[in-house]
Design a protein around this ligand. Sequence first.
Ligand code: HEC
Ligand code: HEC
Ligand code: HEC
Ligand code: HEC
Ligand code: HEC
Ligand code: HEC
Length: 355
Amino acid sequence: MILASSLMFIQCTSDPIEGLAGANGANGANGADGTDGVNGADGTAECVACHNVANIDHAKASYLLSVHAQETLHATQNAAKTEDFILTTSDYTNRTGCVECHTSGGYIDKMNGVTLKTGAGVAEHDPAYPAGQQAVSCTTCHNKHSTFDFANDGFDFALRQALMPVALTAPNANYTIAMGSSNTCVNCHQPRGLAPTTATVKLSSRFGPHHGPQSTMLEGIQGALYVGSTVYPAPQSAGHRTGASCTSCHMGETTDGTDGAHSWHVTENTCLECHTSGAPTEVSGYAADMATLEGLLVAKGAFSSTADAFTSNTVDLKVAQAAWNFAMLREDRSNGIHNPNYAKALLKNSIQAAQ
Ligand code: HEC
Ligand code: HEC
Ligand code: HEC
Ligand code: HEC
Ligand code: HEC
Ligand code: HEC
């Protein structure tokens, strides 16, 4: 029995017995259509928002209006007056201590962590980087995207330092400034020294924070904080720091094609976002207080109005602090607008210090 049934089983599985095929049933009715799926993202739409002819042409056209593109001319002459030089700042400054801000090649090397090249002292005869090719141009600031996940990582605009906060140059490298895409500007538009602290200070025509202290003004730091009767506003508290930035005021939407975008000339459209009834053109009291301070610095032998420069006299700390703030406000070149309340406090207290 067991043998017979196992033989039957084998037969069933390996060699089934064919029955008669039944007739095919009628086709069922079509099911209802499913709901539409979510649209897939268009592969390049996000990219085309920036990468289109209009945007690139606009960037190039506005760039040509900028001071970055022109470079500023700096005339100088050797001591014997036997030769004349008419130089761009990037030739004159094509040497150690200057190249990271004044030459495109130096900036790129700094951003890449590469050792900066050096010239042999006289930049106009032995420049650190190839002369005549050092204007701040597209590839100075832009290189490549760090990721393409803009939704999660934010736009990096392919900027070289990829929006990394900027550690200020020595001796204040512990302080970092984080302003998003404006960090690109902070790298170069920052001071090269700190306010005086010694009991007496020997001045010189170069005394001051150097020509580009705009980012520390906006941040509200590195003035000489003489304690006078006006309270200094806290760092980062300026309305122009919390609600605006270098790129919003200097690269916003153009009013008439001559400002904003890559011209870096301030556009009033940005001001009107906050100052809805028209942008104030000056910081109240600024011009009068600067004139008062200049008069006091002249009286103390710190400044010469005729030479429009600091003297080489030695002054006490209070006068040196007032002189530092005077230099910082002049070199910032926004007439206090970058940080109105900080500028006002620096001026009022400096006037007290220099009395
Ligand atoms: C931390 C960056 C930085 C360094 C380092 C630096 N500069 Fe500058 N410099 C600037 C910026 C930014 C400006 C433009 C500021 C402005 O126009 O408001 C400037 C402007 C100047 C100007 C004025 C240009 C003009 O015609 O108005 C001279 C001159 C100058 N720098 C010389 C030098 C020299 C010389 C060195 C090296 C010993 C040097 N700089 C190092 C950032 C720097
Ligand atoms: C001094 C640095 C700098 C230089 C030089 C520069 N860019 Fe830019 N660019 C920026 C910054 C910063 C942004 C981001 C602006 C923002 O945050 O709105 C930007 C944004 C852009 C954008 C994005 C869309 C837009 O217009 O905002 C394009 C495209 C662009 N740049 C192209 C160029 C081209 C082309 C050149 C050369 C002609 C150039 N850039 C030179 C700093 C620079
Ligand atoms: C917020 C504006 C913006 C967006 C969005 C954007 N880019 Fe860019 N991209 C730039 C700028 C600015 C540059 C530098 C200037 C230039 O080369 O036009 C650049 C440069 C590039 C470069 C050349 C540099 C490199 O990385 O080698 C490539 C490739 C590129 N982008 C691809 C893309 C792609 C792909 C997308 C979409 C996934 C995209 N970009 C989206 C602004 C943008
Ligand atoms: C590589 C260093 C560098 C970077 C990055 C840079 N600048 Fe400049 N900028 C300079 C120098 C140097 C000058 C002086 C003119 C020259 O030599 O090109 C200058 C000049 C200017 C001027 C014109 C000043 C005048 O004389 O009228 C403005 C405005 C300006 N920069 C704004 C910005 C803004 C905003 C950013 C950021 C988007 C920026 N810069 C990024 C170095 C830089
Ligand atoms: C609230 C808007 C605003 C912000 C934010 C701002 N600026 Fe300005 N900036 C101005 C105004 C206004 C002037 C004066 C312009 C004039 O007189 O034509 C100015 C002047 C300047 C100048 C002098 C050259 C010029 O164009 O006259 C430089 C350089 C400069 N700013 C760079 C910067 C940098 C770098 C940052 C960021 C650290 C910055 N600015 C942030 C509004 C702004
Ligand atoms: C994000 C908003 C915002 C933008 C954009 C803005 N401002 Fe202001 N502005 C303020 C605030 C807030 C104050 C008051 C001072 C403060 O809180 O730091 C102020 C103060 C001022 C002052 C000082 C007025 C006084 O009587 O002392 C001037 C001048 C000024 N802004 C000019 C400008 C200009 C020019 C622009 C455009 C280039 C501009 N602002 C863009 C918010 C803004």
